[in-house]
Design a binder for this molecule. Structure first.
Ligand code: ATP
Length: 215
């Protein structure tokens, strides 16, 4: 059973990596593939190029067993529709291997605006990464849809290739790429919010406007 975590990763940070590691262990996945999107359909375009986001992600996961980068959306021209990605991965792994597509509960709340969102479960299970004690904010119609597919036990995910929705509690670190980009723009340190190798690379290159030259 493999896991996928999509996102913009502009840049990658521990708020991505820690939930991915917890997901890997909690569901005993063979691997979690981090899947950076080239052109996110629902949000402003990333600051870093596709090639750079892929390179930083690869640096970030190099020492983390079980996490790998899947760059297929970066290689595809046009919007990064998750349904296309899941269909392609399903074709590759065959009809029986369970696939768990994970996303944060904040991202999940917007699922109904995704391209062909009701088809996602044809190809994979959906895993909502929740923060213990949180979980509200979902539109009622989405809540009703989830209720039809929700399972309480992870063993059901393993028994079927796709089609279920499962909530997995993970640590939610108070880190976002948005706040990291702001720190960089202000010439402030983002050390400790991402692997040192990524911080050193970004701080040294002046990306995101760091360091700010004061006059
Ligand atoms: P931005 O601030 O630019 O919107 P982000 O930090 O939220 O970016 P994304 O690349 O958009 O990062 O997120 C990829 C996935 O990781 C999403 O499913 C999102 O819900 C999840 N995620 C992001 N940050 C965290 C965090 N701190 N804790 C848990 N999950 C997170």
């Amino acid at each position: 059973m493999i896991g996928l975590l999509g996102g913009t990763f502009d840049p990658v940070h521990f708020g991505h990596l820690r939930p991915a590691i917890e997901l890997l262990e909690a569901l005993s996945l063979t691997e979690v593939r981090l899947v950076p999107g080239r052109l996110p359909p629902h949000r402003p375009q990333p600051r870093l190029t596709p090639a750079r986001r892929r390179q930083l992600l690869q640096m970030a996961v190099a020492d983390i067993p079980g996490l790998v980068v899947d760059g297929r959306e970066l290689d595809r021209i046009g919007p990064s529709y998750t349904v296309d990605t899941l269909r392609a991965i399903r074709d590759e792994v065959g009809p029986t291997e369970p696939i768990c597509f994970a996303l944060g509960s904040d991202a999940f709340c917007h699922l109904m605006s995704w391209h062909q969102w009701t088809s996602l479960t044809q190809y994979a299970h959906l895993v909502i990464l929740t923060r213990a004690g949180h979980g509200g904010g979902m539109p009622a119609a989405l809540n009703d849809w989830v209720a039809r597919y929700a399972v309480q036990s992870a063993s059901v995910l393993r028994a079927e290739p796709a089609g279920r929705v499962y909530r997995q509690p993970v640590a939610r670190l108070e880190i976002s790429a948005t706040s990291i980009r702001q720190l960089f723009a202000q010439g402030r340190s983002a050390r400790g919010l991402m692997p040192d190798v990524v911080w050193n690379e970004l701080a040294g290159s002046g990306e995101y406007g760091y360091p700010q030259v004061s006059t």
